[in-house]
Design a protein around this ligand. Structure first.
Ligand SMILES: C[S@@+](CC[C@H](N)C(=O)[O-])C[C@H]1O[C@@H](n2cnc3c(N)ncnc32)[C@H](O)[C@@H]1O
Length: 350
């Protein structure tokens, strides 16, 4: 840690190198040098690696990364931090191996990197994770500090309380493991929550699935994650949405004779689109576990109301033995199978 002094004002500003930290920018500096060493060691950086660091701040982690890698590219939003970084590394043997880009990482074009190591501002966790996972060429791994609950959602398994849409979507794209628990007192100023360091290893190749279709199904299932799939798919709003998609797909198919019926693998641009607008909360944790509000007219379609289309949907669920199962307990493989049998029956989610 650069030797700064701590001054407390009535606003409890915390200073390092004369810089007041801004909580709105997630500026919580790792002050425990042993932890910084452990994170760098766990990242398994090779001397030939180009490292991407997001939010280098005053450079505590950056210095250790420079010691073990070929070079570091750091993206930092706050120009005051960049001045501090320049002051810290100018005239040292590290200066020509450090490139600092000023800007918002969510808007920046990411450079080439082998490995990403970062203590990030927690408010960008979800869009940043998906921005990294859509980056090409595929990197080896990312070792990232997240808010503890977000990290536990990333690694959650079927049946765990925190298993949610975020878990399923990230685990489709990457292998994720929990590396370290970090208490809030290791930061200056301490955040309100504890943290965890997680390793993310992108899958390559990706499972051959349309991401739009996948997310459509997962979103539907997790909006009422503790209800049986049989109950979810009996709702009028769900059935009418799927019936509309079904009719559209059939009309398109009729207009495209001679084409293979296999679903094309989505272009990676799909991922880029979803991270451009973080407010869309495409993968956020906000809605997880919440029951989707059932509108007054969103009744269950029962008995005499039974339409041919509903019978078809129920037939698909029965075929895979899914009617009595709940999203909160379904594995990745089961979701992939469910999507494939729906699609085979001409039922689509996007
Ligand atoms: C949690 S601090 C980490 C600082 C330092 N890496 C450490 O571990 O001590 C997060 C850093 O990310 C920067 N930051 C916040 N939002 C950002 C964004 N959208 N893009 C890039 N950097 C950002 C902050 O200015 C701050 O320096």
């Amino acid at each position: 840690m650069a030797g700064g002094k701590i001054r407390k004002t009535h606003q409890r500003q915390h200073l390092q190198g004369g810089i007041p930290f801004e909580k709105s920018k997630g500026q919580h500096i790792l002050k425990n040098p042993m932890l910084v060493d452990t994170i760098v060691q766990k990242a398994g950086i090779k001397p030939t690696d180009v490292v991407l660091e997001i939010g280098p701040g005053t450079g505590n982690l950056t210095k250790k990364l420079l010691e073990v890698s070929k070079s570091v590219v750091a993206i930092e939003l706050d120009p005051r931090m960049i001045l501090e970084l320049n002051r810290r590394f100018q005239g040292t043997p590290y200066s020509n191996r450090l490139k600092v880009i000023q800007g918002d990482v969510l808007k920046a074009e990411l450079p080439y990197f082998d490995i990403c190591v970062a203590n990030i501002p927690y408010q960008i966790s979800s869009p940043l994770t998906f921005k990294l996972l859509s980056h090409r060429p595929v990197f080896r791994c990312a070792v990232i500090m997240f808010q503890r609950e977000f990290a536990m959602r990333l690694v959650a398994n079927p049946g765990d309380n925190l298993y949610c849409r975020l878990s399923v979507n990230t685990q489709l794209l990457a292998r994720i493991s929990h590396l370290l628990k970090i208490g809030r007192n290791n930061f200056k100023p301490p955040p309100k929550v504890d943290s965890s360091v997680v390793r993310i290893e992108p899958r390559s190749p990706l499972p051959p699935v349309s991401f739009k279709e996948w997310d459509g199904l997962i979103r539907l299932c997790f909006n009422r994650k503790n209800k049986t799939l049989g109950a979810i798919f009996k709702h009028k709003s769900v059935l009418s949405l799927l019936e509309k998609n079904y009719k559209t797909a059939r009309a398109l198919q009729q207009g495209q004779t001679g084409q293979a019926d296999e679903e094309p693998i989505d272009d990676m641009e799909v991922f880029a689109d979803t991270v451009e607008d973080p407010s869309a909360d495409m993968y956020g944790v906000r809605d997880e576990g919440d029951e989707m509000e059932v509108e007054e007219d969103d009744v269950m379609v029962e008995g005499s109301d039974m339409s041919d289309f509903k019978e078809m949907v129920m037939g698909v669920l029965k075929q895979g033995d899914f009617a009595e199962k709940r999203a909160s307990k379904l594995t990745q493989v089961e979701f992939l199978y469910l999507l494939s049998i729906f699609n085979k029956a001409g039922i689509h989610f996007a």
